[in-house]
Every structure is written in structure tokens, then in C-alpha cells.
Unconditional design. Structure first.
Length: 131
């Protein structure tokens, strides 16, 4: 089975040993993604909505590199450092996934790897290989 890997250029990918996304057969798995740009700057400090929008755009770019889109999403997992942000995070998520409505989870975690990160998102897709 073919394995396609998407790297986003993060300096951490080769050090930690991960890919932004991996496509194997009809499955696509997107690693936990945060609102950090290519220069390691956190985008949307103190703004969970802005961080979520940025993360989803970053994920969309990775999905496009393996020929899939948000419409193929079946699962999202959202981690936040403050569950009180759920409505702002949910609003951004809903703007992208409104009619798609993947299975989704949002949980509060004690912290993420960088203090200013408020949100991290993982995503899974399934694609019809006959398309």
C-alpha cells in the first residue's frame, strides 16, 4: 500500500519524526496542528477563534497536497487549554464543517507545547479511491 507523507517545513518534523499528514490507502491522518507559522511565531495570541481559523487553513493546505479536502473529513479532535473557549473554537470549526459535520471531540488539556498556544487540532479523512 502506498504511503504519502506531507511535511509542512517545520524544523520539528525531522527531529521528532512526524509528518503533518499521512495518506495510506483511503485514510488520511493529520497530526496535531497548532497556530504556529513557518518562523515559529504563534498566530492569534489570546484569540482562540483566530488560532482555530489559522490551524484549519494550515490543515487544508496539507490535505490539498494529498488530493483531499475538508469534505472528506470524518473526525476532528480539538484540544484547548481553556474549555471556556469552546464557543469561539466551535464557531470557527462550524464555519468550515457546517454541512460536513464530522465526528468531533473538544477537550481541555493542562497545556500545549508553547504557552501562547490555545488550540491544537487533529483530523482524519476517508476518501473514495474510485474518485
Amino acid at each position: 500500500m502506498t504511503r504519502e507523507k506531507v511535511d509542512s517545513g517545520s524544523r520539528w518534523e525531522p527531529i521528532v519524526g512526524f509528518s503533518r499528514a499521512v495518506k495510506v490507502g483511503k485514510h488520511v491522518f493529520v497530526a496535531g496542528t497548532t497556530a504556529v507559522d513557518s518562523d515559529a511565531n504563534v498566530i492569534g495570541i489570546n484569540d482562540p477563534y483566530k488560532q482555530t481559523v489559522y490551524i484549519l487553513k494550515k490543515i487544508e493546505t496539507a490535505l490539498q497536497k494529498v488530493g483531499v479536502s475538508f469534505k472528506d473529513t470524518v473526525r476532528t479532535r480539538i484540544y484547548t487549554t481553556n474549555i471556556d473557549f469552546w464557543d469561539e473554537i466551535g464557531r470557527a470549526h462550524g464555519e468550515v464543517f457546517g454541512e460536513i459535520r464530522p465526528a468531533s471531540t473538544i477537550v481541555e488539556v493542562q497545556r500545549l507545547i508553547v504557552e501562547d498556544m490555545l488550540v491544537e487540532i487533529e483530523l482524519e479523512c476517508m476518501v473514495d479511491q474510485n474518485e
